[in-house]
Design a protein around this ligand. Structure first.
Ligand SMILES: [Mn+2]
Length: 503
């Protein structure tokens, strides 16, 4: 990463958006230009390629926010700038017309596909939802006044909004931080007017055609749609419609790009979180994530071709594989054969716990970041947060705690090298570390469990958590309390073996 102040060393700076630029690229360029002109440096914002901007929302954005964007018809004849800043794309790639320059800076949020030697300054952060977020971060670092620059604030906000399907596919905290800060400064009426001229009639046709070409699994109740090349927000539009179909509880929509495919996922199934499915599909070949019901991602073509497949086969194969990767267990009515399982008890190792109201006031909505996903509870003297030997956290009711643990004064050994347990107050955004609040306890050794390693993944649904589930992977241990076999959960293999001993 470089600092924006390093750009001030150059004269004749040109900021180039990718061809047929979207709101994210234009807003990123606009933010950088505002920083340069605030520091007495002139710069130009350009884009090239045969196609002129056609989309009404982009034209309006440029006009309403007074963005000086120029189209370069003849890139070969363009005078070489001292510094060319490429935004929302990478120099020399297929989606940006090459322009000669003395030096090149790249600011992008896609996976890095060009060599480090191909640019002089680089800020490439592929985990971010938009390039605008990265520019916002770089501007913040220089103390940029967003309040005084309302047009820049509105542009960056709109850039993130359009790149993450109305914020529904946001997954990085920095994206959320930008959204929360800039919404105070931008004209929401203007944002609303931009959102309501978002589709062209051609894009409506693309959506219509994509909706005709579906693959539906009526048994598992999911559908896959392939769209022509289109804006990510069109994919979200298609998937929002598809999810309303009575035979579809989960859908994935993708469109091919030069380097891969853009993906949008929706779910209204209790058994499938959209974020989890998006992560599963993109695992190892891109990036993906989002929320329980809406998520998105990116698939890199190279990774898929390495697996000897094309994107169509890959997406279809991964989704089928995902559905085959887990069993569903309903805690209150399962028929697991415990007779075939061995009995274990906890080793008397001191464990840490925090009474939830020691972290935040009673009633505060808490988000606990566990090793396998986020879990939500309300702070209450009745809810304790257990902290495991590797810093993993899970909530437990006070009466259960009382039944299984007694307080002890011995120090707790927690390996927090990799992960420091925290809890977040969802209402205020405040995050607290749990270790300073921790007390220690030790389990009664007379609470035996049945346990066995899982042969495949599971999702466990319980009455006390109607909207979420506990996940376990193959190799993890499935654990049931001997005195109440409906108290069922999973433990990571290494954690189980460290904390339990066979009876
Ligand atoms: Mn972008």
């Amino acid at each position: 990463m470089f600092r924006l102040s390093e750009l001030l060393r150059y004269e004749r700076v040109v900021i180039q958006c990718h061809d047929n630029p979207d709101a994210d690229a234009i807003s990123s360029a606009f933010g950088i230009r505002a920083y340069l002109s605030g520091n007495g440096k002139e710069s130009k914002i350009i884009y090239s390629g045969v196609e002129r901007i056609k989309k009404r929302n982009i034209k309006n954005m440029v006009e309403w926010l007074n963005i000086p964007l120029e189209h370069v018809k003849n890139p070969g004849g363009f005078p070489a700038p001292e510094l060319l800043v490429c935004v929302d794309c990478q120099y020399g790639e297929g989606n940006i017309t090459k322009i000669k320059a003395d030096a090149v800076a790249v600011i992008d949020h896609h996976l890095q596909v060009i060599g480090d030697g191909e640019f002089d300054l680089g800020a490439i952060q592929s985990q971010l939802g938009s390039c605008a977020t990265l520019v916002w971060d770089l501007l913040s670092e220089e103390g940029f006044d967003f309040k005084a620059n309302k047009d820049v604030s509105a542009a960056l906000y709109y850039g993130l909004l359009t790149d993450t399907n109305d914020f529904s596919e946001i997954n990085h905290p920095l994206d959320k931080d930008m959204r929360d800060e800039l919404q105070q400064y931008c004209d929401m009426g203007l944002i609303k007017r931009l959102r309501l001229c978002n589709l062209t009639i051609d894009e409506l046709e693309i959506a219509g055609v994509a909706l005709l070409r579906n693959y539906t699994d009526f048994d598992k109740r999911y559908a896959i749609f392939k769209s022509e090349y289109c804006d990510p927000n069109i994919l979200g539009f298609i998937s929002d419609i598809a999810l309303q179909v009575d035979t579809v509880d989960v859908c994935a929509v993708y469109s091919l790009r030069e380097n891969g495919a853009r993906l949008s996922v929706r779910s209204c199934s209790r058994e499938v979180m959209a974020s989890e499915l998006a992560e599963y599909i993109t695992d190892g070949v891109g990036s993906g994530g989002g929320h329980r019901d809406k998520a998105g991602g990116w698939l890199q073509k190279d990774g898929i071709e390495d697996a000897g497949m094309n994107v169509d086969e890959y997406v279809k194969g991964k989704i089928a594989e995902y559905y085959d990767s887990f069993d569903v267990i309903t805690a209150s009515s399962h028929d697991i054969d415990v007779a075939a399982m061995k009995r274990y008890r906890k080793r008397p190792i001191p464990k840490g716990f925090v009474v939830s109201t020691d972290a935040f006031p009673e009633g505060a909505p808490l988000m606990i970041r566990t090793l396998d996903g986020d879990s939500e509870v309300k702070a209450s003297p009745d809810i304790y947060l257990m902290i495991g030997v590797q810093g993993e956290v899970h909530p437990i009711k006070a009466d259960k705690f009382g039944a299984y643990y007694r307080l002890c004064g011995e120090p707790v050994n927690i390996d927090d090298d990799i992960y420091t347990p925290t809890v977040k107050n969802e209402a205020t955004g405040e995050i607290k570390e749990l270790l300073p609040l921790m007390k220690s306890c030790v389990s009664y050794t007379d609470a035996p469990v049945f346990a066995a390693p899982l042969e495949r993944g599971v999702k466990i649904f319980s009455d006390w958590n109607p909207n979420g589930y506990i996940r376990g992977k193959a190799g993890d241990f499935l654990v049931l309390k001997c005195d109440d076999i409906h108290d069922v959960y999973t433990l990571r293999r290494d954690i189980f073996l460290e904390t339990y001993e066979e009876i």
